[in-house]
Design a protein around this ligand. Structure first.
Ligand code: 3PG
Length: 305
């Protein structure tokens, strides 16, 4: 059977090689569409049984064009780019690869933070992370890796996640927080790791951001949709000490960069998971999951049940 890997943002070549080997060892054929448009994906998918994507949009149009499709694996964590209802309506199993790129994203979070507080390495006097407070908004795979690295910097780490038991956080040396307002009020740095869902979209707003203590920093390596962008602009205007750092540029990034050049920092392109290691981990996991599903219906990480 044919398995399409359609990635607007390509995996590292070494990961593509590994994916190819897994697919061929499973008795299938790799079809590779890198840096393509949605039309390119639609053309290539007509006779494919499996699809591997990253943040690429997989919607009704794609499912309608894929009569033989049985499984889609999002090589990564967030699957907000995939229309799950349409997948189910078309009888397609959708899976993600939880945790496989989490360390890469977490390392970038800390890197962005250091870049900001050392004034983008311009030689002027910055600040340090040692002894500072970090609040983690959602303690999933990325949040846990951020906590692990932040503890290495000597930060005091706390986290809010209604799905994670206090004992789990405590065993990690993290203080559990049960109230969202407290998380923002009591931490100089807050790092967002919530997925973009109907409940979380635009949920981080001026009211929350304004709770940050003096010189507070909000870091977003999750999704731009979770921030209420208008409200973010208002918060940055009202609180001239607050800073915002993101690997997921808001739509109003250019305006914010012009107005607050010292207080906002955005990577040019979302690149949290863009490392060879993460590409290999997530890419190979995705390839193995597609092959396993096509073999015997394996669906451990199915997200459209
Ligand atoms: C994820 O959800 O796994 C991350 O946001 C990485 O996304 P990417 O594959 O588009 O880099």
């Amino acid at each position: 059977m044919k398995i399409l890997v359609a990635t607007q943002k390509p995996f590292a070549p070494i990961a593509v090689q590994g994916i190819k080997e897994v697919i061929e060892q499973g008795g299938h054929e790799l079809v590779l569409v890198e840096k393509g448009t949605k039309e390119d994906m639609i053309k290539a998918i007509a006779d494919c049984a499996g699809l591997i994507v990253r943040s690429d949009i997989v919607d009704k149009e794609v499912f309608d064009a894929a009569p033989q499709l049985k499984v889609v694996v999002r090589a990564g964590a967030g699957y907000d780019n995939i229309d799950l209802a349409e997948a189910t309506a078309h009888g397609v199993c959708v899976m993600n690869t939880p945790g496989q790129n989490a360390n890469a994203v977490a390392e970038l979070v800390m890197g962005m933070l250091v870049t900001l507080i050392r004034n983008r390495y311009n030689g002027t006097s910055g600040t340090e992370l040692l002894g500072k407070t970090l609040g983690i908004h959602a303690y999933g795979a990325v949040g846990r890796n951020v906590a692990r690295i932040a503890k290495g910097f000597g930060m005091k780490v706390s986290a809010l996640d209604p799905w994670v038991k206090d004992e789990v956080m405590e065993a990690d040396g993290i203080t559990p927080v049960h109230n969202l307002e407290d998380l923002y009020k009591n931490n100089q740095y807050v790092s967002l790791h919530i997925p973009a869902t109907e409940q979380t979209k635009k949920s981080v707003n001026k009211a929350l951001i304004e709770l940050l203590p003096k010189n507070g920093v909000l870091i977003n390596a999750a999704r731009k949709e979770v921030i209420d962008e208008e409200s973010l602009a208002e918060a940055l205007e009202a609180r001239q000490d607050v800073r915002y750092v993101a690997d997921v540029k808001p739509d109003n990034a250019a305006m914010l960069e012009e107005k607050y050049p010292e207080r906002v920092f955005f990577t040019p392109k979302k690149m949290g998971a863009q490392t060879s290691e993460a590409n290999i981990n997530a890419g190979l996991a995705a390839a193995n999951q597609v092959v396993a599903h096509l073999k015997d219906g394996w669906n451990r990480f199915q997200v459209n049940k």
